[in-house]
Design a binder for this molecule. Sequence first.
Ligand code: GLA
Length: 764
Amino acid sequence: MNTIEVKDNVFLLSTRNTSYFFYVNQYKHLEHLHYGCRVRIEDGEELALKRCLAYGATILYKEDPSYSLDQVAQEYGSYGRGDFKEASIELKDDASYTTEFLFDSYEIKDGEVRIPGLPSAYGADKTLIVHLKDEVRKLQLDLYYTIYPEEDVITRRAVLINQSSRKYLLHKLMSFCLDLYEDGLQMMDFCGAWDKETHVNLRDINRGTCSIGSRVGFSSAKQNPGFIVKRKDTNENYGKAWGFNLVYTGNHYSSVSKDEYGIHRIQGGISPERFVYELKKGASFETPEAVLTFSDKGLNDLSHHFHDFINRHIIRSDWKEKERPVLINSWEAFGMDFNKNKLVKLAKQGLSLGMELFVLDDGWFGRRSDDTKGLGDYDCNTKKIPGGIRSLSKEIHDLGMLFGIWVEPECINVDSRLYEKHPEYAIVEKDREMLFGRHQLLMDLTNPEVRDYIVQNVSDLIDKNKVDYIKWDMNRMMDGVSGVYSHEYIKGLYEVLDRVFTPRPHVLFESCSSGGNRFDLGMLCFSPQIWASDDTDPIERIDIQKGLSYLYPLSTVGAHVSASPHLQTLRQTPLETRFTISAYGCLGYELDLNLLSPVEKKEIKKQIAYYKKHRNTFQYGRFYRINEEEQYEQFEVSADETIVSKFRRIVHAAPIYDKLYALGLNDETMYEIVSRPYLHNIRQFGNLINFVLPVKIDANGHLMNEIGKRRGMDAAGQNYRASGAALRSGIYLNNLFLGSGFNDSLRIPLDYGSDMYEIKELKQ
Ligand code: GLA
């Protein structure tokens, strides 16, 4: 496929199913023509905005009665020459804010062009670089378009070069700008907070501006940098949608504005807030890379573009497209209250249930007995772990498990040996009382000495102790600094991550920031997976993981089974549901296995065996969100086999019928559908158990408790046969418990219950 066609200064960029189209018009402005389904280069004229006469009360360009920049769909909007839409570049010298960039030349390169100091995607087909010039101010603006044809992705970024002999103050330089005409659009973004990340936020785009952004120094749980613009009638499986994301971890800003003539200007990049960058003579500034994709087949298809792109062109290291181990993490098991014996016992129990990786979380170093102390120090607390990390790592390896450890290298407690020695490593605002976040301060990653300290200590920790997995956490927001400082910090972070992890591709790096405070493509360039949220309540996780799934593949999502009632909500949930949601991601367990009953242990063992058998499908299969029924969420992963799960929130008496849907199948093929066997906890049936037992027992008594620890009740085994077409339409499932009697084929729903179905081609 010829992915870049150029004819008479008309540029047509093509991917498998999409076209991105612009040209150089008679005034040398770069005019946008189309971003959507595949079109032909001959279509340019009719795809252009028609200009018979300019609207009233506009500023005409060169006295041309039909041309005002306010009414030109542009590739990059600027201020001062008649365009009153939000500009993508804002810079100033002593005299003026105006810029006007005219076409100068272009070049095409094979593959991608790396950005100095910033991570970016790799493995591209081609890159088009268009050079624009402002001759008055002696500035060059280079627009980069890099093409990933198979994934239907085009990435964009901008570079500003100061060719004058003076300096400029740069306030804003967006990574991309897209002027799009389409009626009836909505913006879908993914917002939240600690413990409730990436909830879908859908709003109509009316006149004015819808924007998202972050000012906490990081991409943030408040608003993920990824967003979607879609037509109102677009749903999961139908209609047009445009997806956007940034390969960036710092403060971001994106907006969609609708002007008075129906043009939407969509743009995104580094947040311009408090951003004043001195662009010295001869210097240049490079934006992070933006990722753009389009589908006219609905949101599931749009997500598949993102998923493939991330798995193939963002994730690095030996863990690229490799199955992730099932882990056991000590945090929700013990907090910081552990010793070596407890840890090894947890690992052994985990191993006996099928877990493969033991992760020692927070609390192992310095004076760390609670979260007020110790951050910054790397010496192991040998009172807790005699023999140090090395001996623990050896014991874990001798068991046959991988060994992982938690670090929080960007932060420092005042109560630490590092702070006593190097208070200047901390970011503090002079002349003001210090403010803490989780009792800690950020370290100054713009200081090369601080970066060296972190690289040295984390590298030593990995190498000397044969660490297989690192959970790199960061729990302090960045405050009281300029936008430029924040950006320099992020560049410092990228340098540190590059120096630690690029030479150690065997290490599985899971990034974390109070859960999902840094779930972004910048971090994913270094860490193949990210801890999605500190919230492990499975019902909350449905929304969090569903939100993430619009932008990120399941192989990147850390998801753990924890103890119920849950630490975050005090809700009680079935063990089956905790597993079911965690299976749609990188499965882990994070609870004290000592406290499990024999029957729970058996169940967990079966869960892990099932997950391992289908792990490649769960982590790398095609993921579909199925929103056909109001009372249920359905998730599907599909590869050579298909696994669909139904999540229920609240049970209702005399429930309505419900169906099972599957989307990733062949219409013509016949399939067998088998429910995953699991046990209900009999204690939840209370006195009802006396209806089936020969002797009467006290539902709250000791005997019931003891039976409940050892015996469960089989969930109804279900078996269906249907074609792919029937499953796409939905097949009826057995009745739910109706309150009118009981038999073996009834499904017992339970509040917060779930069911998982394996769908396989029927062998005739
Ligand atoms: C953060 C992380 C948790 C855990 C704790 C340890 O909150 O998100 O998963 O590691 O820190 O202090």
